[in-house]
Design a protein around this ligand. Structure first.
Ligand SMILES: CC(C)(COP(=O)(O)OP(=O)(O)OC[C@H]1O[C@@H](n2cnc3c(N)ncnc32)[C@H](O)[C@@H]1OP(=O)(O)O)[C@@H](O)C(=O)NCCC(=O)NCCS
Length: 240
């Protein structure tokens, strides 16, 4: 296979790889991906910062490591060069609700730490039908499918970008999803480069949400440090 010929090792991570993956994300992902950058995920170490990091790991990373459903690429030094995480969801085995519902804290914006207030909107952005609609039961209902593969983090380390690694990992992840019997592949793609990479694999756009349109109760744009990235695209590709 192409990646192996280029000297990369393709591995399937297990729960014990969680810290290593997070370390990779702190170095190569959280500052470059527009949502986690806007949430200032890498910054500071108050209880709110630790809480937000824990939530992101619990909801977006750990479910992808329970079974061998994700991919990591190691370079010739054994360092992570890329990650493509994901896991199947099925109406026959719905996971417990993930994100906390924080909406009540919005009644006291002057009392609540800014990051927690902002995180309450992130949580709504992910789960609400109006936005990404990522609650498994609701997502499957909207697609009229029994199961899909939920694609999560796609990241390539800064020194290995523009060599086709993202495209290759997406291909492998789709093959894995098809082998697992998934009827389709869903992904929340938050930046223009990942959107281009998925487009190369003929993903269809189900919905596009512009960052400038998603505001908090005080009229401020929630994801306010998105650099050149303008929108989240919810993407889908049928697999069978
Ligand atoms: C998005 C990301 C994973 C792309 O990884 P990559 O391995 O560099 O991507 P590829 O080399 O497979 O590129 C695929 C296509 O995307 C586009 N692309 C990727 N990076 C680009 C860039 N910096 N400038 C312009 N186009 C780019 C190109 O069309 C490219 O195809 P081409 O090289 O044949 O023209 C990487 O930039 C990254 O980790 N970003 C930070 C984390 C992030 O935002 N992840 C996405 C969250 S959903």
């Amino acid at each position: 296979m192409a990646l192996e010929r280029k000297g990369y090792k393709v591995c399937q991570p297990v729960p014990a790889d969680s810290d290593r993956i997070w370390q990779f994300m702190e170095e190569h992902f959280n500052e470059d991906e527009p949502i986690l950058r806007s949430l200032k995920t890498n910054e500071n170490n108050t209880w709110v910062d630790r809480f937000v990091r824990k939530e992101i790991r619990q909801n977006l990373i750990e479910p992808c490591l329970v079974e061998p459903t994700s991919i990591i690429l190691e370079d010739s030094d054994g360092d992570i060069a890329g990650i493509k995480l994901g896991h199947p969801i099925s109406i026959h085995n719905l996971p417990a609700p993930g994100y906390w519902s924080f909406n009540w804290i919005r009644n006291f914006p002057w009392l609540v730490p800014t990051k927690l207030y902002q995180y309450s909107y992130f949580s709504e952005f992910q789960s609400s039908e109006e936005y990404c609609n990522l609650k498994p039961a609701s997502l499957l209902k909207s697609l009229n499918l029994e199961n899909v593969f939920m694609g999560q983090m796609l990241g390539v380390s800064r020194g290995h970008r523009r060599k086709g690694l993202a495209c290759d990992m997406i291909q492998r992840s789709m093959e894995l999803a098809a082998k697992l019997g998934c009827q389709g592949y869903v992904v929340e793609s938050s930046g223009i480069y990942s959107q281009m990479s998925y487009k190369k694999h003929q993903f269809q756009v189900m919905k596009e949400i512009f960052y400038e349109d998603f505001k908090d109760g005080q009229g401020n744009i929630v994801f306010n440090d998105t650099m050149e990235h303008k929108s989240v695209k919810m993407l889908f590709k049928p697999l069978s």
